[in-house]
Design a binder for this molecule. Structure first.
Ligand code: LLH
Ligand code: MG
Length: 380
């Protein structure tokens, strides 16, 4: 089998999500938005898909020439080739985009072999406990605008069945942010509301000073929190070594730091966190995320997967040194997360009443694609 083409289909949809000036998502007025679907085409008619390719030009001019004519099952070769091409195309060929291509190749393999991807990876389980992961704090009345609002939302998530809850607190440009004291007030309100039997985590402003991060960590220890992520710039590994050494609280990272599994390796040998982290979008797909999982396993360091979606869920179901939780979200009191995106017939991460997310048994990555919607709303 040979790859004969890569195409990106763009389609219109109505979004109720807006991004603030720093890029954080919040609920907002309905507006027109564009979705995209990458397709890998083969000479035998088999296809692989992945949503979110965006960058049409770089797919055509950099990725397509690297892949056309090749065997689509040579995922390692193709991923290494794209990784090398990133050196001179880093501005456009991001890890996120390489990850999208890698996932389309895994999806194709699953469809051709009639197996869900987690079984091709070497399955370990078919369900994973989830944590409710909130959007960042806002100033929307009855949204996530006060410590009490977080507390109420955490209670709603507990009633829904989530065993764990992670706050993303306030970040600029929200007025008053950042404030480590206000973050602690929200964490305290949540602990008091849900009691001791819910696992809690914090993911605050990402550019606190060492002292502010230490203050936060010490307060979270008093509140019996499980972990904290990314309270400081992740490029300063020494700051994370300094912080991790002083806290009993588990530090989780790196999350957004570039450098794929290489960066995770450096953090592990330096002792910069207790639990490593990465998602398909951070490290460049399923192929490198499995390498990262094996790297962590070899060092006896756990890895928590960053972000939701089909790729991350299939990896979580194939990790033999398991990531503990699936990150479900981002959630908000105004958002109905249980309703599938209009281009899908079903959610990729359905959660039962006990808080387990079940991986799809469909071949490939398991998207139940609403082709009628995508064709009916084709852009241009
Ligand atoms: O800053 C944000 O908008 C969130 O923190 C986001 O990056 C989220 O994906 C995250 O950090 N999850 O753990
Ligand atoms: Mg995070």
């Amino acid at each position: 089998m040979k790859i004969v083409d890569l195409t990106v289909r763009q389609f219109n949809y109505k979004s109720q999500m807006v991004r603030d000036s720093e890029g954080h998502a919040h609920p907002g007025p309905e507006h027109d938005a564009t979705g995209s679907l990458l397709t890998v085409h083969t000479d035998e008619g088999a296809e692989g898909y992945c949503f979110g390719a965006g960058g049409h030009d770089v797919i055509q001019h950099v990725v397509r020439p690297a892949l056309v004519g090749e065997d689509p099952f040579y995922r390692e070769l193709l991923w290494q080739r794209l990784r090398e091409r990133q050196r001179l195309h880093l501005g456009t060929l991001s890890d996120r985009l390489v990850g999208t291509v890698d996932m389309a190749l895994w999806d194709l393999a699953g469809r051709v072999h009639n197996q869900p991807v987690y079984k091709l990876l070497g399955a370990f389980r078919d369900k994973v406990p989830a944590y409710a992961s909130t959007m960042c704090g806002d100033d929307l009345p009855n949204g996530l605008d006060t410590p009490e609002a977080y507390a109420e939302f955490a209670l709603a998530c507990k009633r829904r069945g989530y065993p764990a809850f992670k706050l993303h607190t306030w970040q600029p440009p929200i007025a008053g942010a950042p404030s480590a004291k206000r973050d602690v007030a929200a964490c305290r309100a949540v602990r008091e509301a849900v009691g001791e039997d819910m696992v809690l985590m914090l993911d605050p402003f990402h550019y606190y000073s060492r002292e502010e991060a230490l203050y936060l960590g010490k307060e979270l220890e008093k509140l019996n929190y499980y972990w904290m992520e990314e309270p400081m710039d992740e490029h300063s590994i020494s700051s994370y070594v300094w912080l991790t050494e002083q806290l009993a609280l588990s530090m989780v990272g790196p999350e957004t730091a570039e450098g794929k599994m290489y960066t995770r390796a450096e953090w592990i040998v330096r002792g910069a966190s207790d639990i490593s982290r990465g998602g398909v979008g951070d490290v460049g797909g399923i192929t490198p995320l499995m390498k990262t999982a094996h790297l962590c396993e070899s060092h006896g360091v756990r890895m928590e997967v960053h972000g939701g979606g089909a790729g991350n869920l299939h990896v979580l179901c194939a990790m033999g040194f398991p990531g503990e939780y699936y990150e479900r979200g981002l959630l908000h009191p105004f958002v109905d997360y249980e309703r599938p995106e209009p281009w899908l017939n079903a959610c990729v991460d359905p959660m039962d009443d006990q808080g387990y997310v079940h991986v799809s048994q469909l071949p490939g990555l398991g998207w139940d694609i609403n082709w009628e919607y995508i064709e009916g709303n084709a852009k241009g």
